[in-house]
Ligand binder design. Structure first.
Ligand SMILES: Nc1ncnc2c1ncn2[C@@H]1O[C@H](COP(=O)(O)OP(=O)(O)OP(=O)(O)O)[C@@H](O)[C@H]1O
Ligand SMILES: [Mg+2]
Length: 251
């Protein structure tokens, strides 16, 4: 039987037949303001209720900003942090930290069951734009640039980082969410166009504004090791976070 990591979002867990298969690395892809960070926070906060420790690696919002966002949904991050159930790691992309080494240290010490990396896009972009300290990723770029006149550096670094992440995290059985920023007109599943193939699953968040109405939908686009709902699920962002409407919409 596949062990499950529940998101705690009723409609989503149902669509996933009980939750993410434990240990899966799942991309959360969507445009600006679709609710990626909220979904990730909700996943960790609900995890704490099940006794799962969580780590939120943030490249954009610091601890105070994330706490403020969470508070607007009624989630008290500070109390979870004090109880040692939650850790927020703000990763300054302008710094020269060795990201994977640092993450692995946190995982070994804190022993989380759930990890969020928000955003994977910023992280890989920062490595491409000069803050590269991951030696393997760096050498991959050099190889790519010497081989191809049009370097696919972004794809290659993303792939390399994801492989390293997978390798580092698989042994700890941590269920991981990675956010990826999508431009609305782009017909692919992640910012780099490659992580959807390497990750174990993809959740696709969309936003459609029609007149005064807002229409939000989430689709489980891929999930290894389980069957899942294939159609789109309509969701709302309410004072309690993401809530999926009972009736699903099959597009
Ligand atoms: N308390 C709230 N109640 C209802 N909706 C909210 C609340 N707070 C924020 N929102 C909605 O959630 C959106 C932001 O969600 P979130 O930050 O999770 O999106 P995101 O996909 O992470 O965005 P970004 O691409 O900027 O990182 C806001 O634009 C707003 O529409
Ligand atoms: Mg966000």
């Amino acid at each position: 039987m596949t062990l499950r990591t529940k998101t705690g979002i009723a409609g989503l867990d149902k669509a996933l037949q009980g939750g993410f298969p434990e240990g899966n690395m799942v991309l959360v892809s969507g445009g600006a303001g679709t609710g990626k960070s909220t979904l990730c926070l909700q996943f960790l906060v609900n995890g704490c209720k099940e006794g799962d420790r969580g780590v939120y690696v943030s490249t954009e919002q610091n601890e105070a900003e994330l706490s403020k966002q969470a508070a607007s949904f009624g989630w008290d991050l500070q109390s979870l942090i004090k109880k040692n159930q939650l850790k927020i790691v703000f990763y300054d992309i302008t710094g020269s930290d060795n990201f994977l080494k640092h993450l692995e240290m946190v995982v070994q010490e804190f022993k989380p069951k759930r990890i969020v990396i928000d955003s994977m896009t910023t992280l890989t972009d920062s490595m491409i734009l000069g803050g590269i300290t991951e030696h393997d990723a760096f050498s991959m770029v050099q190889i790519a640039e010497s081989v191809s006149p049009i370097p696919r550096t972004e794809q290659i670094i993303s792939k390399q980082i994801l492989y390293q992440l997978l390798k580092a995290l698989r042994k700890y059985k941590v269920t991981t969410l990675l956010t990826s920023e999508l431009y609305e007109e782009v017909l692919r599943l992640s910012a780099d166009g490659i992580s959807e193939f390497i990750s174990d699953g993809v959740l696709l968040l969309s936003y459609l504004g029609v007149g005064q109405s807002v229409f939000r939908s989430i689709r489980v686009r891929k999930m290894r090791y389980t069957d899942h709902e294939k159609g789109s699920l309509v969701y709302q962002m309410t004072a309690k976070g993401i809530e999926i409407k009972p009736q699903e919409l099959s597009l």
